[in-house]
Unconditional design. Structure first.
Length: 201
């Protein structure tokens, strides 16, 4: 009978929930958890033993990272959206066995998973909601007291959010991720991230 420790990676689903990841941690020696969030987010909260490979870095060096990953990979972020983008990048170069953690790192922490907590900014998705909401509110107020044409800003934000949902991408999130408060002094270079994967236990 095939044990969990030797289950082939081809059987791994495209997405898993937090309880499943906890079970895999106990039963799969070949498990690798890859966190694709920004450095400040990773510093604030991450799964113990996970490897930090920010999405822009993985997108730029997909083939190099795919060659270093193990036989069972779980991609994590804050909600699952960025992890799904990472999965598609890896799938495009032939690594089809990666799974995405639904609900992201917060769901894993809420399920009692082993996490490392630190201090950091709001999660990127929360920053996007705050920024979009502020811009819409400001444009409506400005349209009332300055120029009605400024209400077009609110329409532009709405169109952008609609496009973001339709394409499962977020230009505002990508922009915010480059802001200084979302950077970390501990954010790895591509060389360091690849080396960390080489020296995994």
């Amino acid at each position: 009978m095939t044990s969990l420790k030797t289950t082939p990676v081809e059987s791994a689903p495209q997405s898993i929930d937090a309880p499943t990841l906890k079970a895999w941690e106990e039963n799969h020696d070949d498990l690798m958890v890859i966190d694709v969030r920004g450095g400040a987010e990773f510093d604030a909260l991450h799964i113990k033993g996970s490897y930090h490979v920010p999405l822009p870095m993985l997108s730029e060096h997909t083939e190099e990272f795919a060659a270093k990953l193990g036989t069972r990979v779980v991609l994590v972020c804050q909600s699952g959206n960025r992890a799904e983008q990472a999965r598609k990048h890896l799938d495009s170069v032939g690594l089809a066995g990666a799974s995405v953690l639904t609900g992201g790192v917060p769901a894993y922490a809420a399920a009692g998973g082993n996490v490392v907590r630190g201090r950091g900014p709001w999660a990127l998705e929360r920053q996007v909601r705050m920024t979009a909401g502020f811009l819409v509110l400001a444009s409506i107020v400005a349209a009332k007291f300055a120029s009605p044409k400024l209400s077009l800003v609110a329409g532009g934000i709405g169109a952008g959010l609609t496009f973001s949902a339709a394409t499962n991408s977020c230009a505002m999130g990508q922009m915010l991720s480059k802001m200084p408060w979302n950077r970390s002094a501990n954010e790895p270079t591509a060389h360091q991230a690849l080396k960390n994967l080489d020296t995994r236990a």
